[in-house]
Design a protein around this ligand. Structure first.
Ligand code: UDP
Length: 432
């Protein structure tokens, strides 16, 4: 990715002050920045890097983006890590406690589980070695995103290495976390999206940097009514009934069955339609299985538009679905930050979100949308918004300002520059 983007393109949206700060901070950075993650497309991390890298370059900072590689088994392992680090939904469940098994059977089961885990860790380390031998991580500031590339710290020779964690690791599976912590604790610093996701047992500097959306990307740019209609026509979606939309990867933690159940409850009272639009990330082998489960659950419902983007939807299409909606949902059971929430709010739509992960930072209950804990709660809150367009408009308007002040890419960029300067010289003062 070679393109550059000027921060001044954002002047009308964020004003001059912030952009002047960015130039001042960037002028104090010397050296090369590297970002390393697991995929160029699909999911929030890739989404952010696609916008951030051209802005770093536009500020004349030498910047590289590298993606690690692995086989299907490696990505199954890292997906499983992802789920286990997020912690089990509803707390740990010991299945064996419910079964009548002999001590011997129980021990055999445990040995089998441990040997599976051992193999998983070996696969992870094998691919880390492969990537280490193929990549040059000689940046002065190396941002490693999430657990997939974390073990590359073993190859560090120079620079400031930062583990950028996008997920909630506050109550992880202990074995997976202890394994990962051995690598992460060797970094110079870590960055978490909210204090709630961070760890007390890392022993390295921790920074807090919430993620962000890019208001000028195809995903979020203003669209004309004609452009929106063109996309709806393509998918044979009409606007004669209100639209509720959830955009998300086909992932169990996004609770797509819960969204369908809430919709079915709502539909008994108010005629409306549901768009479920998503793709399958390149590093997620579980996606197709979840899609088939959701397809089955939506069977026979004429007003559910289940849209599998393969390859993932063009950003303009996602943008149009969100803009055509009356209400945006993100009914996750567990969530990282949940960029789609800010995407919805930025478009002036109220968001109904699961009270988990980074969603409560974005959905201020009763101000920018509603936080829900159940299918029934979600159906009730959507009904309120569909019946009261003025309320929906007001919450959406609040949401847009909340995103403008807190979750745009320019603020994110400034935070990263501050982290870098702080690592390079903790005692230096730059007057903004
Ligand atoms: N997204 C997309 N196409 C899809 C599904 C998701 O472009 O089929 C985008 C979505 O608009 C958002 C990002 O991928 O920008 C998802 O980020 P989020 O933080 O909501 O969830 P994650 O996938 O990282 O868990």
């Amino acid at each position: 990715m070679n393109e550059k983007r000027s921060v001044w393109d954002y002047e009308d949206i964020v004003g001059r002050g912030l952009l002047e700060d960015l130039e001042l901070l960037a002028g104090n950075i010397s050296g090369k920045v590297q970002h390393v993650n697991a995929t160029y497309t699909g999911g929030g991390v890739a989404e952010i890097l696609n916008s951030l890298i051209p802005l770093f370059k536009g500020l004349e900072i030498e910047t590289e983006w590298n993606v690690i590689r692995g086989d299907d088994e490696f990505f199954s392992v890292t997906k499983s890590f992802h789920n286990q680090l997020h912690g089990r939904v509803g707390g740990p469940v010991d299945v064996r406690a419910h079964e009548q098994v002999s001590v011997l059977e129980d021990l055999e089961e445990q040995i089998k589980e441990l040997s599976t885990k051992k193999r998983m860790l070996e696969t992870y380390l094998h691919w880390s070695d492969v990537n280490a031998s193929e990549m040059t991580n000689d940046g002065d500031f190396v941002f490693m995103h999430d657990p997939q590339p974390a073990a590359l710290i073993r190859t560090k020779e120079k620079g400031h290495w930062i583990w950028r964690c996008h997920i909630d690791v506050s109550s992880p599976d202990p074995l997976v976390w202890n394994f990962l912590r051995d690598f992460v604790s060797k970094y110079d610093a870590s960055i978490f999206s909210t204090p709630l996701f961070s760890r007390p047992d890392l022993g390295i500097r921790q920074f807090l940097v919430p993620p962000s959306i890019d208001p000028l990307s195809d995903k979020n740019i203003e669209l004309s009514p004609g452009e929106i209609d063109k996309v709806l026509d393509k998918y044979e979606i009409t606007t004669d009934k209100p639209i509720i939309t959830q955009v998300s990867r086909f992932d169990r933690l996004k609770d797509l069955p819960g969204v369908i159940d809430a919709y079915k409850l709502l539909k008994k009272r108010i005629d409306c339609q549901l768009i479920l639009a998503g793709g399958v990330a390149a590093d997620d082998p579980e996606g197709m299985e979840v899609y088939r489960e959701v397809l089955k659950k939506a069977e026979g419902e004429a007003d559910i538009h289940l849209l599998l983007g393969s390859p993932p939807f063009a950003d303009i299409e996602i943008n149009a679905f969100q803009r055509a909606s009356t209400v945006i949902m993100q009914k996750s059971l567990k969530e990282g930050f949940g960029l789609v929430v800010s995407e919805g709010l930025w478009k002036g739509k109220p968001v109904i979100g699961g009270a988990t992960g980074g969603i409560p930072l974005q959905v201020i209950n009763g101000v920018t949308g509603y936080l829900v804990h159940s299918v029934e709660g979600a159906a009730y809150k959507i009904a309120n918004l569909l019946k009261d367009p003025e309320l929906a408009r007001k919450l959406g308007e609040n949401g847009r300002e909340h995103v403008r002040n807190n979750f745009l890419i320019t603020r994110h960029l400034k935070d990263y520059l501050l982290v870098m300067l702080s690592l390079e010289n903790p005692s230096r003062i730059i007057r903004l």
